[in-house]
Design a protein around this ligand. Structure first.
Ligand SMILES: NC(=O)c1ccc[n+]([C@@H]2O[C@H](COP(=O)([O-])OP(=O)(O)OC[C@H]3O[C@@H](n4cnc5c(N)ncnc54)[C@H](OP(=O)(O)O)[C@@H]3O)[C@@H](O)[C@H]2O)c1
Length: 329
């Protein structure tokens, strides 16, 4: 019997940016025993998606060409693999697809059962699809790297969140607010009020001298920096950190890795800590539940139909999204 076909957007080699994206009809994937097949209702993009296309993770990712990019989806289970216990046909879910296989820019995708969570009716498909990489990264940075207790029980910590208007940053501000924190944030001038409305105590325009220096207007020294922006030298962080301040770097380049190693080798109290997202089901359920309870909101930068995925890709590559970019079939 002929395989059922679906619309998808894929690329066939490294580089080429938006021009290399092609609209194709391909077979709907078959779920393995531990996977569910999801009819996608919304997907989102993350910077790693276009960075993988440039070849930054070659030869590891993507695992094969052509590849359908994207890892974050929300939709409905239409088929469950033979060993899947938690989900059945008709369940609404949010899932994170492996970066090795991708698959979000399509009508259907397969996801591992352990990286799929139930989506309650209070959480719309775009709100859910926006969460996986961005909200889980913000959650991991705050709770694991920075040891912030999101029930507010810890002692007060001063934190700086850079690029607080972006996908990760806008969740990080809201999550940090649940903990006992004083939040300084950076963003562009157009988003100062927006970032304040998310819960930041003080906000700096990153294009001003004070913003570039990351200096807290109230003179706070940061216990933790959740560094969602890129390319800031250690010398800029150093004078702004408390005695044992830590910079949690989401996009560490070669000089950040050198700083990380030097700080470790010299037993420095001030540290730079590279972060790599390791998604965990319980954290995934936790952030979905916060959205259900109205304690965490997804801010949508823009919505694009799958037929115009190029517009979403260009916006993502520009690095100027406010919140999350959503793609709908
Ligand atoms: N390590 C991991 O596992 C992991 C996981 C997730 C993300 N990441 C990385 O984390 C970074 C952030 O991801 P994201 O999804 O939040 O990106 P994003 O949504 O593309 O961030 C865009 C936002 O950043 C702001 N921005 C850009 N440069 C800035 C600066 N120097 N200071 C302050 N704000 C700035 C932009 O504001 P304007 O438009 O006003 O310029 C825009 O609102 C990316 O490099 C991503 O690859 C890493």
């Amino acid at each position: 019997m002929a395989a059922k076909l679906m619309h998808a957007v894929q690329y066939s080699g490294y580089g080429g940016g938006v021009d290399a994206l092609k609209h194709v009809e391909v077979a709907v994937p078959d779920p393995k025993a531990d996977e569910v097949l999801i009819k996608i209702e919304a997907a989102t993009l993350n910077p790693i998606d276009w960075k993988i296309q440039t070849g930054v993770l070659r030869p590891f990712l993507p695992r094969k060409f052509p590849t359908i990019p994207g890892s974050d989806v929300a939709g409905e289970v239409v088929q469950a693999g033979s060993s899947v216990k938690k989900f059945k046909t008709g369940d609404k879910v949010v899932a994170i697809l492996s970066h090795a296989n991708g698959g979000a820019l399509a009508e259907y995708a397969v996801a591992k059962e352990n990286l799929t969570v139930a989506r309650p009716p209070e959480v719309t498909a775009p709100e859910g699809a926006a969460l996986p990489v961005a909200a889980l990264t913000a959650h991991q940075a705050l709770t694991q790297s920075a040891s912030i207790k999101l029930d507010g029980s810890g002692e007060t910590k001063n934190i700086l969140i850079t690029a607080a208007s972006g996908g990760v940053g806008h969740y990080a501000v809201q999550l940090a607010k649940l903990g006992n924190t004083h939040i300084t944030a950076t963003c562009g001038a157009r988003n100062l009020e927006f970032v304040k409305s998310l819960g930041a105590n003080e906000v700096l325009d990153y294009k001003t001298p004070e913003g570039a220096a990351l200096k807290s207007p109230s003179g706070k020294k940061y216990d933790y920096v959740i560094h969602c922006a890129m390319g800031t030298p250690w010398a800029t962080f150093e004078p702004n950190l408390s005695a044992a301040g830590k910079v949690i770097d989401l996009t560490p380049g070669p000089s950040a890795i050198m700083t990380f190693a030097m700080k470790m080798l010299t037993f420095s109290k001030k540290q730079l800590v590279p972060l790599l997202l390791i998604p965990k089901t319980e954290n995934f359920e936790y952030v979905v539940n916060l959205v259900k309870e109205g304690k965490l909101k997804t801010v949508v930068d823009s919505k694009h139909p799958l037929s115009k995925a190029e517009d979403a890709w260009s916006k993502m590559m520009s690095g100027h999204a406010t919140g999350k970019i959503i793609i709908e079939p």
